[in-house]
Design a protein around this ligand. Structure first.
Ligand code: 2PG
Ligand code: MG
Length: 425
């Protein structure tokens, strides 16, 4: 039998020490647990993370939400097949059909649907990635890592305006080689940062290096120099997560240059980073305009043949938002974060559609993540192509890298040498 026989929910902590939801799903004698991650730079279109707002944890606790959900929704989930992601999603949505899951939030459904997937894999005696591959109808592949080296924005006390400067080992021929290159880039970045007088032992939310440099460009130049010093010039490239929604006041973008505030309109803002892509080895730019800044996104459509134009807050892993982006031709790739979609089925549907339309897909962790490794199986089984889980430091990050190393060791799937990115080099 594959039906769900029991579901337990309780309050756990994420990697920032903030309360989150843990779900344990049982299928007969097989059980698995999943903990919901949460973002700092959350987009307004993503499934909500509802908190209790009472005295416990200064309003951040989730125990009331768990109690209500357990009483009102869980009885309807018992008896659904653990392999039927669609039915689980349909039943959950019959209780809350709002686009951002505003009644119960997406945090509880995402934890339950992922725990169900993991419990079913145990029941079927296969690896979690194999269940995903079958569901998506994909050829499994180990993803190309996109790894945080230097952090700013909401992940690092706004040390710089940009949220993430990441490195991609584009020319690595194995996953292990790619991670070793990243290690070298980080080591060289650290040395340069120390030379500039900063403390490289302090790390940001996702384990990245940080420091109050003169501005974004100095940080990009630092990572670019580190790539050169690691002898990886032409073999590893830079990705930016600008997280532009965080810098937009509804009319203008507010950034800083040598401590001075600079205000830019949409065209000026895109032009600012567009210059960087001609001067540094940048091949991917995420959220280069704010989530609802139509002019900014339209401006980026000119760049889709030059770089990976990646949407995070803009699409929030929602299929209808992706479809609108595809129609407008404003980007060529999408970040896939299961908790933005609110259920595993919804996230996989968005991923499938993006792949079918020829868009690149990057499976991503959150800045508040957990010690679990299922994201590695999700990226591998779905053949997503790329994965972003923060830096190579902090255990909630290494849990995913180590699972990918394990899958690689056992030759679970070939490494994706990422033809989709090579065209931008
Ligand atoms: C992002 C993510 C992960 P957060 O913006 O891509 O880096 O951050 O989880 O804070 O939204
Ligand atoms: Mg982002």
């Amino acid at each position: 039998m594959t039906e769900i026989t029991r579901i337990d929910l309780w309050q756990a902590l994420d990697s920032r020490g903030t309360p989150t939801v843990a779900a344990r799903v049982q299928i007969g004698s097989h059980a698995a647990t999943a903990i919901a991650p949460s973002g700092a730079s959350t987009g307004k279109h993503e499934a909500l993370f509802l908190r209790d707002g009472n005295a416990s944890f200064d309003g951040l606790s989730v125990t009331d939400a768990i109690a209500i959900f357990s009483k009102e929704v869980i009885p309807a989930l018992i008896g659904i097949s653990g392999n039927d992601f669609f039915e689980l999603d349909r039943t959950l949505r019959s209780f809350d059909s709002t686009p951002t899951q505003s009644r119960y939030g997406g945090h509880i459904p995402v934890a339950i649907t992922i725990a169900t997937w993991l419990a079913y894999a145990k029941r079927a005696n296969v690896s979690p990635y194999e269940v995903i591959a079958q569901h998506v109808g994909a050829k499994s592949s180990l993803p190309m890592p996109m790894v945080n080296i230097f952090s700013g924005g909401a992940h690092a006390g706004r040390a710089i305006d940009l949220q993430d400067i990441l490195a991609i080992p584009t020319m690595a021929s194995t996953f292990q080689e790619g991670l070793e290159w990243i290690w070298r880039i980080r080591e060289h970045s650290k040395k340069i940062l120390v030379k500039k007088g900063f403390d490289a032992s302090l790390v940001a939310d996702e384990g990245g290096l940080t420091g109050k440099l003169s501005g974004d460009e100095e940080a990009i130049a630092l990572v670019s120099e580190a790539i050169d010093e690691a002898n990886l010039s032409g073999k590893a490239h830079i990705a930016l997560d600008i997280a532009a929604s965080q810098l937009f006041d509804g009319k203008n973008y507010v950034v800083h240059e040598s401590g001075e505030e600079v205000r830019l309109d949409s065209i000026g803002f895109v032009a600012r980073w567009r210059r960087w892509i001609t001067e540094y080895p940048i091949i991917s730019v995420e959220d280069g305009a704010a989530e609802d800044d139509e002019e900014g996104w339209q401006e980026q459509s000119q760049l889709t043949s030059q770089i990976q134009v990646l949407g995070d807050d803009r699409y929030a892993t929602q299929r209808n938002r992706l479809r609108s982006g595809i129609t407008k031709g404003e980007a060529n790739s999408i970040l896939i974060k299961p908790n933005q979609a609110g259920t595993l089925f919804a996230a996989l549907s968005t991923l499938k559609e993006a792949k079918a339309q020829g868009w690149n897909t990057v499976v991503s962790a959150r800045s508040g993540d957990t010690e679990e490794s299922w994201l590695a199986d999700l990226a591998t089984g779905s053949g997503a192509g790329q994965i972003k889980v923060g830096s190579t430091h902090r255990s909630e990050r290494t849990a995913k890298w180590n699972r990918l190393l394990e899958l690689s060791h056992f030759r679970a799937a070939p490494f994706n040498s990422e033809q989709a990115l090579n065209k931008f080099i």
